[in-house]
Design a protein around this ligand. Structure first.
Ligand code: NAD
Ligand code: UGA
Length: 458
C-alpha cells in the first residue's frame, strides 16, 4: 500500500509506543514505525504481552499493528525511509560527573542525533518528543548539520503531556498539543507538517504553536507546576495532622476557587513516577547554571517537601506502632507509583519499603500490575520481602496495612474479612486517603489517614 507519509519514532517506551499507536490509529494513511535498541522490548510490542500496561492500549495496538504500525530494531533503515522522525528516548537524571543528581543525562539523545545524521539520505523533520533542557534543539541542529553534506534537517519541539494510566485518553483527547519551531520559513513549514498530523483528530484551537525554546521550557514548567501543587497540599497535610484540621476539607475549600481549580490537590505519600523529580531537578540545575539561585532554591523546595512527606509517613507508622516495627508483618497495598499502571519508577513505595526493611519489619507486597517491577526495584532487599498477588492472602496474619497506590479495587475489598485474618491490634495507614476511614474504625482497625486525625481504639 502507498502511504501518504512515513513516520519513525526512535524509542519504544512509555511515550513512544502509545503515542505512535495513537497516530497510527487515527491516521491509517500514514505508515508509522517504532524502533528501539532493546530487542526484548520490541519483541514484546510485537506480542500479546505488551511491555507496558495502559488501559485501552492493547485494543488499539491490535487494530493497527501490521496495518500501519510496525515495531522493529532496524534503526538505520527506519531513518532512511522516513520523512518525520520523533525521538522519544529516555532522558534520566545524570548519575555521574558535573551535574550528577540534577542535570539531564543527554547521552541517549545525542547518540540518536548522531545516528540520524549518519543514516539520513534526504530531508528530515526531527521532532523532540522526549523532555529536554531548554536550548537542546540548538545542540541537536549543530550535530545534525555538522557533516555539511547538503541534507536539510528541521528540528521541532513537541513535548508529550500524557500521564501514565490515562495515556490512551490523554492522547485521544489532549488538553493541548504544543509545537515549537524556528520562526524561519523552513521552520514554519516543518511545523505545519506536524500540525497536519495532529489535526487528523485534535481540534485546531487545541494545537498551539510557539518558538522552539518556549516549547522546550513549557514542558519542564508544566511538570514543575503539577508537582508543586502536590507538595503544597502535602505540606499542609502535615499541619492538619497537628491541628485536627482535615486535609480533604481544606483541599475542597481551596480547590473550589475557580482560580485555583480542584485537580492535583490530593494529599498522599508524595509524588512518584519517572518524570516529576527528574524534570524539577533539571529545572533547578538550569536555574543555577544561569545564576538564578533564588529561583533554583524555590523549585528545589518542591522535591524536599516530597522527600519529607515519605519520611513523615514512616515516622508516623513507627510512632503509632509503639516505636518498634521489628518482626512485625506489614503489608503494602500497591507498589505502582499511581493507579492503572505497572510502572514503579520513583514510586514512593520504594523508599518506604526500604525504610521498613531497615526497621526489621517483615514485608508483604501486593499490587495488581506492578509486582514484577517491584521485584526489580527492590532487588537488593528481596530476601526480606514476600510478593503476593491476592490482597486477602497478602494481608492475612499482618499487623498493619499501608496503602501505597490509589488502585480503585482497594476501596472495594471486604475489610471485615481482612480484619479477622490480621494480628491484633490491627493498623491501617492510608497513604492515599482512598478508604472509608470511619467504617474501618468501626470494624476495629486503628486508622491513620494522611492529613486528618487518626481514629484509634487506644
Ligand atoms: P522509556 O525508558 O520507557 O523509553 C525510552 C526508550 O528509548 C527505551 O526503550 C530505550 O531502549 C530507548 N532508547 C534509548 N536510547 C536509544 C537509542 N539510541 N536508539 C533507540 N532507542 C533508544 O522512557 P519514557 O518513559 O518513554 O520517556 C521518554 C521521554 O519522554 C523522557 O524524556 C521522558 O521525560 C518523556 N516523557 C515521559 C512520560 C511518561 O509518562 N513516561 C510522559 C511525558 C514525557
Ligand atoms: C505526569 C504529568 O501528569 C504528565 O502531564 C506528564 O506528561 C508526565 O508526568 C511526564 O512528563 O512524565 P505521570 O507522572 O504519569 O504524569 O502521573 P501523574 O498523574 O502526574 O502522577 C504523578 C504522581 O503524583 C503520582 O505518584 C501520583 O500518585 C501523585 N499525585 C497526583 C498525588 O500525590 N496527588 C495528586 O493530587 C495527583
Amino acid at each position: 500500500m502507498n502511504f501518504k507519509k512515513t513516520i519513525l519514532c526512535i524509542g519504544a517506551g512509555y511515550v513512544g509506543g502509545p503515542t505512535m499507536a495513537m497516530i497510527a490509529y487515527k491516521c491509517p494513511q500514514y505508515k508509522v514505525t517504532v524502533v528501539d535498541i532493546n530487542p526484548e522490548r520490541i519483541a514484546r510490542w510485537n506480542s500479546d504481552d505488551l511491555p507496558i500496561y495502559e488501559p485501552g492500549l492493547d485494543e488499539i495496538v491490535k487494530t493497527v499493528r501490521g496495518r500501519n504500525l510496525f515495531f522493529n530494531t532496524d534503526i538505520e533503515k527506519g531513518i532512511k525511509e522516513s520523512e518525520i522522525i520523533f525521538v522519544s528516548v529516555n532522558t534520566p537524571t545524570k548519575t555521574y560527573g558535573t551535574g550528577a543528581g540534577m542535570a539531564a543525562d543527554l547521552q541517549y539523545w545525542e547518540k540518536t542525533a548522531r545516528q540520524i545524521r549518519e543514516s539520513a539520505e534526504s530531508h528530515k523533520i526531527v521532532v523532540e518528543k522526549s523532555t529536554l533542557p531548554v536550548k537542546t534543539a540548538l545542540a541537536m541542529e549543530r550535530i545534525l548539520t555538522s557533516m555539511n553534506n547538503g541534507i536539510r534537517f528541521d528540528v521541532l519541539s513537541n513535548p508529550e503531556f500524557l500521564a501514565e494510566g490515562s495515556a490512551v485518553k490523554d492522547l485521544e483527547d489532549p488538553d493541548r498539543i504544543l509545537i515549537g519551531s524556528r520562526e524561519t520559513p523552513e521552520g514554519l513549514k516543518a511545523r505545519d507538517e506536524l500540525v497536519e498530523i495532529y489535526a487528523n483528530w485534535v481540534s485546531e484551537e487545541r494545537i498551539i504553536t510557539s518558538n522552539i525554546w518556549s516549547s522546550e521550557l513549557s514542558k519542564l514548567v508544566s511538570n514543575a507546576f503539577l508537582a508543586q501543587r502536590i507538595s503544597s497540599i502535602n505540606s499542609i497535610s502535615a499541619l492538619c495532622e497537628k491541628t485536627d484540621a482535615d486535609i480533604t476539607e481544606v483541599s475542597r475549600a481551596v480547590g473550589m476557587d475557580s482560580r485555583v481549580g480542584n485537580k492535583f490537590l490530593n494529599a498522599g505519600i508524595g509524588f512518584g513516577g519517572s518524570c516529576f523529580k527528574k524534570d524539577i531537578l533539571n529545572l533547578v540545575y538550569i536555574c543555577r547554571f544561569q545564576g538564578l539561585d533564588e529561583m533554583a532554591d524555590y523549585w528545589e523546595g518542591v522535591v524536599k517537601i516530597n522527600d519529607y512527606q515519605k519520611e513523615r509517613f514512616i515516622l508516623n507508622m513507627l510512632s503509632a506502632m509503639f516505636n518498634t516495627l521489628a518482626g512485625k508483618r506489614i503489608c503494602l497495598f500497591g507498589f505502582a507509583f499511581k493507579a492503572n499502571t505497572g510502572d514503579t519508577r520513583e514510586s514512593p513505595a520504594i523508599l518506604i519499603a526500604g525504610r521498613l526493611v531497615e526497621e526489621k519489619a517483615d514485608l508483604i507486597i501486593t499490587d495488581p500490575q506492578a509486582l514484577k517491577n517491584a521485584m526489580t526495584a527492590l532487588s537488593d532487599i528481596n530476601g526480606q520481602i514476600n510478593y503476593v498477588e491476592d490482597p486477602y492472602d497478602a494481608a492475612a496474619g499482618c499487623d498493619a496495612i499501608a496503602v501505597m497506590t490509589d488502585w480503585d479495587m482497594y476501596a472495594g475489598l471486604d475489610f471485615e474479612k481482612i480484619y479477622k485474618s490480621m494480628t491484633k491490634p490491627a493498623f491501617i495507614f492510608d497513604g492515599r486517603n482512598i478508604l472509608d476511614h470511619e467504617k474501618l474504625f468501626e470494624i476495629g482497625f486503628n486508622v491513620y489517614p494522611i492529613g486528618k486525625p487518626a481514629l484509634t481504639h487506644f
